[in-house]
Design a protein around this ligand. Sequence first.
Ligand SMILES: [Zn+2]
Length: 136
Amino acid sequence: MTRGMQEINYEKFQETVNECLIRHKSILDVLSKFQEASARVNRAFAKAVTSCGCVRINASRQSCPSGVDSYSELRNFMHSHLEGELCDNCREILETELGQTLFYLAAFCNLCHLSLDEIVQKEYARVLTLGQYILS
Ligand SMILES: [Zn+2]
């Protein structure tokens, strides 16, 4: 079985990234690559809007009628300002760029002896606990 066929989790992903890390051993290199990858996600999305046109941004001030006090109700009035669906091509590009971002995130965690798995679990617990309050 090839490595790609294995069931993946954050720990395994981080270990595998660590094996590939030799070329980017400097923390400065890893951090700037991480930022670059993240900027490329922005760029890929912007291109989906302006070059491809499969998605559109239609933004205006968020507003909701007075008297709405529950989160579930409020949800109905909040807009993502995003219209349309990513086409296969733009989706693939975004997936690649997001994957690169994850790679350098894992590499950064390796160099700082942080566990991606633990970070995800702590964040998951935080989301479960705080729920709607995170969004404000
Ligand atoms: Zn597209």
